[in-house]
Structure formats: structure tokens, C-alpha cells
Design a protein around this ligand. Structure first.
Ligand SMILES: [Zn+2]
Length: 232
């Protein structure tokens, strides 16, 4: 099974606008644990959100967000996913309420959705060489320690055998906003030429090519070789 990490690619692409702020910021993001006072990153706003975008000249299919780590995709992407029966997520509406910037303010935004990833797997912490300690029993906050003194303790990502629940899109409990997917998600983005996706294979380490994989060429090659990773 081939897994990829995926995200928006706003730092390596050009011309796409991105979300600067949430209006208002959902209160789920501000909740604090009553015991340890840490932010409760496990709470996800399961409702529509409003965004202000800024800069750039066009709207991408996967919209980066500077205010919070949120996965935001266009209606086109949802159509691809629903058409192929992609599993492991819930979608909620996004309203673009403000567009700052000369070139973006008159552009018509696509319909966007923010994605709560519900598919799950677990890191193989031992194989990855880090330790994870529960700091607060009440909210489950953890601290990752790094006995090997690695620069990026979570790279390369190794999935614990038997822990993946079979979802096409998934995250790990301890890093719920870091999103992973199966090859068919990459294929759909590539073959349909969806813009601003970042994909990288799990075995890449910290100094990954920061542009990510050329998913469009990869998808075309899969199609040519009759290796389309979708169930029929
Ligand atoms: Zn706590």
C-alpha cells in the first residue's frame, strides 16, 4: 500500500490567494483544557466557517490557510472524491466573506468546504525513534520526546502495522491536522488537474523536495500504463 502526506502547496506555487483569517475564529480553536490550560487541538469546528482571503490573482482547488491548520478544498475536489467513493472525511461549508487585493477582489470564488479528517492510523513510534508521553490525563495532551535527537522527530513517517482503519484519507490521533491519503487521492487530483495540491511519499525525510511530487504527470503515467488506483 502506498501512502502520501498531502496539504496545500501555496509556498511553492504562484498566484493563488490564501486565507488570512477566520471571521469569526471558531470558538473550538480557543478552547483550553480546564486542567492543564493547553489548547484543545482535538476539537474540530463541525459547522460552516467564514474566511477572509488575501493576495494572489486566482482561487486554487486546495486553499491554504495562514490562521489555522485547516484543510480546505473546492467543489471540484469534492465531486472527484464523491464520484470515486473516497472515505475518511466529513465536509462543512466555507464562506468567503472578504477578498483583499487588487487582483483577487473581483474574482468569483468556487464553493469551498473545510474537511474534518476522521480516518485514523497510528505512528509506529518505536520504529520512528521517538517517545510519546501523556502530559495531561484530562485532555490527552502529549509530549513527543526525541531520544535520537533527530531534527524532525516525525520523519520519516512509519505507520504501525494493523493500525490503519482502511480510510482513503486519514490522520494520526496525536497529529489530527496532519493529513495522509492513499494513492487514489493523488491520482484524482492529478488526472483532473486540480491545482495547488502538495503530495509527498511517507518515506521522505525532513529535507523533502519542498515543491512536492508532480502529481499531474504521475496520474497521466498511471493512466497510460493502465495502473489506475481506483476500485471498479
Ligand atoms: Zn489538559
Amino acid at each position: 500500500m502506498i501512502f502520501y502526506i498531502f496539504d496545500d502547496n501555496t509556498f511553492a506555487t504562484r498566484g493563488y490567494t490564501w486565507a488570512m483569517s477566520l471571521k469569526p475564529r471558531p470558538e473550538e480553536f480557543s478552547r483550553r483544557c480546564p486542567k492543564c490550560k493547553a489548547g484543545m487541538s482535538v476539537e474540530y469546528p463541525k459547522h460552516s466557517i467564514n474566511l477572509a482571503v488575501e493576495g494572489g490573482s486566482k482561487y486554487p482547488d486546495i486553499l491554504g490557510c495562514g490562521a489555522e491548520t485547516i484543510l480546505i478544498v473546492s467543489q471540484n475536489v469534492i465531486n472527484d472524491w464523491e464520484g470515486a467513493g473516497i472515505t475518511g472525511y466529513e465536509k462543512y461549508d466555507v464562506n468567503i466573506v472578504e477578498a483583499k487585493g487588487k487582483r483577487i477582489k473581483d474574482a468569483e470564488p468556487p464553493r469551498y468546504y473545510h474537511i474534518n479528517v476522521i480516518g485514523r492510523a497510528e505512528y509506529d513510534m518505536e520504529a520512528m525513534g521517538f517517545k510519546c508521553q501523556i502530559i495531561c490525563e484530562y485532555c490527552g495532551r502529549i509530549e513527543v520526546t526525541n531520544p535520537n535527537d533527530k531534527l524532525h522527530p516525525l520523519d520519516p513517517t512509519i505507520i504501525k502495522e494493523g493500525s490503519w482503519d482502511g480510510s482513503d484519507i486519514f490522520a494520526m490521533d496525536i497529529t489530527p491536522r496532519k493529513t495522509y491519503c492513499m494513492e487514489k487521492v493523488l491520482f484524482l487530483a492529478g488526472i483532473n488537474e486540480r491545482t495547488n495540491f502538495y503530495f509527498a511519499p511517507l518515506e521522505l525525510t525532513g529535507d523533502v523536495n519542498f515543491r512536492g511530487l508532480d502529481y499531474r504527470s504521475m496520474a497521466k503515467k498511471m493512466a497510460r500504463n493502465n495502473e489506475i488506483p481506483l476500485q471498479r
